[in-house]
Write a protein that binds this ligand. Structure first.
Ligand code: URA
Length: 234
């Protein structure tokens, strides 16, 4: 083999490898390892509209392949009260808005019982894209997507975050403890120090759980009464 032929073959191999890596990155099948701290700071310059625009084009995990819409979040960008659920379901994926299905209608009723509207509060999820078949979020999906939620919280600066169910509670409190043990009491936001802003967190049952277990509604209402009192006093 001549020197030129070896060089030619070498260039062809590197071009093929580059093409393969770029294709895999596009598909989100393998990701460049980015430490969590850097993932957060990559959004540090973005305001809510720019963050939303960034999320709309996100292909950082495999969920982008099955989604119809990216469900970023809705409501008052200066809300004192923020609700955080798990991930969009089929209705949310269709409409691009969190909590619009059956569980969402129950959440709307809860908000209205607090003498508020959906426009007064901010509503978001841990994941911005629907997991197929409404399966639970995978840990790597939560890790990849959570910088969006953390930046949303940093920008909105709510006084109270109500976490709905286990996923958002565990993520925002940095705990493995389940919702039943945590609900009904205010807890410290796990990222308060990093962000220099300290909302309190009230975990409560997810509205989808309440649809299956209506007896839990009394507990949720008691939790929301604590939230209302806190907001009146702070
Ligand atoms: N369940 C969630 O956790 N979020 C939604 O947006 C809808 C249902």
């Amino acid at each position: 083999m001549t020197k030129d032929a070896i060089t030619e073959e070498y260039l062809q191999i590197t071009a093929t490898v580059r093409e393969y890596v770029e294709e895999q990155l596009q598909l989100g099948l393998f990701e460049a390892e980015v430490p969590e701290s850097e993932q957060q700071s990559q959004y540090a310059d973005l305001d809510l509209a720019a963050l939303d625009a960034d999320a709309q084009g996100c292909i950082k995990c495999g969920l982008h392949q099955g989604r119809n819409t990216v469900v970023f979040g809705v409501g008052n960008p200066n809300a004192d009260l923020m609700f955080v659920g798990e991930a969009p379901g089929a209705d949310e994926d269709k409409q691009g808005e969190p909590f619009v299905g059956r569980a969402g209608q129950l959440l709307t009723k809860i908000i209205e019982a607090m003498q508020l509207t959906r426009d007064d509060v901010y509503i978001a999820n841990v994941l911005k894209c629907r997991p197929p078949g409404n399966r639970n979020p995978e840990p790597d999906e939560v890790e990849t997507c959570s910088p969006y939620l953390l930046r949303q919280i940093e920008l909105i600066q709510p006084k109270v975050i109500v976490t709905l169910g286990n996923f958002s509670t565990k993520m925002l409190l940095g705990t493995k403890t389940g919702i039943t043990a945590l609900r009904g009491k205010f807890h410290e936001y796990a990222f308060a120090e990093k962000e220099g802003h300290a909302p309190v967190v009230m975990p409560t049952y997810h509205p989808a759980y309440l649809l299956r277990n209506p007896n839990g509604k009394r507990d949720v209402w008691e939790d929301m009464q604590q939230v209302m009192t806190y907001l009146e006093q702070n």
